[in-house]
Write a protein that binds this ligand. Sequence first.
Ligand SMILES: Cc1cc2nc3c(=O)[nH]c(=O)nc-3n(C[C@H](O)[C@H](O)[C@H](O)COP(=O)(O)O)c2cc1C
Length: 215
Amino acid sequence: MTDPPASDVVALRVPRIDVATDPVHADDPPRDPLALAASWLPGEGEERALVTLSTVDEEGFPRARTVMLTEFDGERFFFHTDAASRKVRELSLNPRVALTVLWPGFTHQLVVQGTAAVAEEDEIARAYADRSDYLRQLAWLNTAEYARQPRARRERQWAAFAAANPHPAQPDGWIGYAVRPRRMLFWTSHPAAASRRLEYMRDDGGRWICRHLPG
Ligand SMILES: Cc1cc2nc3c(=O)[nH]c(=O)nc-3n(C[C@H](O)[C@H](O)[C@H](O)COP(=O)(O)O)c2cc1C
């Protein structure tokens, strides 16, 4: 198996929990789940998180896959993908999604339910500009036709494309989505007591209602 280029390997820092000061373990939970998510997720210049994106397929079954959480802007969660992919077809029929982020060390889990909308063009272009050359090449070559080729042909085609296009421009079929949360669930571990879950649900007036859940 070939390892991916080192620059594309993503790993979150292993967070420590001090239960005495951790906001999820606090008796008085934080009011703003968006700020809490921002304090958990990687900031500018840090490795990006991987997230399990769950959509609903045409038959009503959930379908999940890993994508990179390209950005969290304090309100919306962004990911980017191929416009011809199954997830995009599913999102066009049903934009309701779940996002699950698990931190290394299993100390934190964040689950978001929300609605995905196609991101603005400038947001998509900015995310593309931030990608490595490997991921830009992937955005061009990741087609059904390419996937059907035998390995030797796939490698030749990749090498020829990469030689001719060391920094390929954004392809038409590359798209981004922004997920606006309606429910956010924060899970944190405890070394000597039950793990703790805080669930926030946005009411019709846009206010976040918080409750504790077991599990
Ligand atoms: C670590 C990792 C990161 C990935 N990041 C992305 C990504 O950011 N965007 C994407 O479209 N696919 C990404 N993939 C591939 C997806 O998991 C998935 O196979 C692909 O998007 C096709 O999914 P679909 O057929 O459900 O649309 C990633 C896979 C892995 C294992």
